[in-house]
Design a protein around this ligand. Structure first.
Ligand code: 8IG
Length: 272
């Protein structure tokens, strides 16, 4: 068995093979990575054909954060006589867990190796843009990495000018023209930002701040997948309202918006 840290791509390949074995599906078409608060949005997809612990696949370790599931589901989503094999990862690994960048992107690499040409990354995040409200979904237009940590090693000078696919962003806006687009900044955490840092990030052009998504987007894009990112604003960023930030509030805001998020994802899948 390959070692995740010595051979991350080989390990993803092995995990993809095991996924095909477990599900009996030679390939999957789309992966949805569900961030905190997004998990019940998957109810809109119907019943999965398979559900198992992500630790059943090579290279994965158990998750550590409440609300970050560690569960894999496989769905067959049909629309207009067409059918898609949809892989859903409930929960993800974050940089702040200290398992290394390889562990952070292992899920999306596995999905792309399993055949997924479309990678949908969802997250819960803080709203820096003062126009945003808690419970509002925002399409990620671009990102700023404040960690500087890349999942890529070697002379892989991948172009990121269209990282968050314009085609996919337009497709989502066809479903819901009221959706805003914003710039997501990756903050390592686990501590949230200070109010001064939020002012800095706003000055730099950021609208949203969270602790995920950016490394996964880069890893997926470098393997040739098309990336869509959708953030759910679950709190105003530090200093924006003067309220303190709490993980419980984040989970509550996520739960309240789950129905709408599920419908949105289902409609996007129907258009792929
Ligand atoms: I949910 O305000 C969520 N995740 N860095 N800042 C950062 N991550 C977050 C926040 C936030 N809210």
């Amino acid at each position: 068995m390959a070692d995740l840290y010595k051979d991350p791509i080989g390990t993803a390949q092995e995990a993809a093979q095991k996924l095909a074995q477990i599900t009996g599906k030679p390939s999957h078409d789309v992966v949805l990575v569900m961030g905190s608060g997004w998990i019940s949005a998957t109810d809109a997809l119907g019943k999965p054909t398979h559900e198992f612990a992500i630790t059943d696949l090579p290279g994965f370790s158990a998750p550590t954060v409440t609300g970050h599931g560690g569960v894999v589901r496989s769905y067959e989503v049909t629309h207009d006589g067409k059918s898609l094999n949809v892989l859903v990862l409930l929960g993800r690994t974050h940089l702040y867990e200290g398992k290394g960048i390889e562990a952070v992107v292992h899920g999306v690499r596995t999905a792309v190796k399993a055949g997924c040409k479309t990678v949908v990354l969802t997250n819960a995040c803080g709203g820096i843009n003062r126009d945003y409200r808690v419970g509002q979904p925002v399409i990620i237009r671009d990102h700023i990495s404040m960690t500087g940590v890349s999942p890529l090693i070697g002379a892989d000078f991948v172009d990121l000018t269209d990282l968050y696919s314009k085609r996919l962003r337009d497709l989502v806006k066809k479903e819901d023209s009221t959706l805003a687009e914003g710039v997501y900044v990756h903050w390592r955490g686990p501590a949230y930002e200070t109010p001064a840092e939020i002012n800095m990030l706003r000055t730099l052009g950021a609208d949203l701040v969270g602790m995920s998504t950016v490394p996964e987007a880069i890893a997926a894009h470098s393997l040739g997948a098309e990336v869509l990112g959708i953030s759910l604003v679950t709190n105003a960023a530090a200093g924006v309202t003067g309220e303190k930030l709490s993980h419980t509030e984040v989970m509550e805001a996520g739960a309240a918006a789950a129905g709408r998020m599920g419908e949105l994802l289902r409609k996007v899948l129907n258009r792929l």
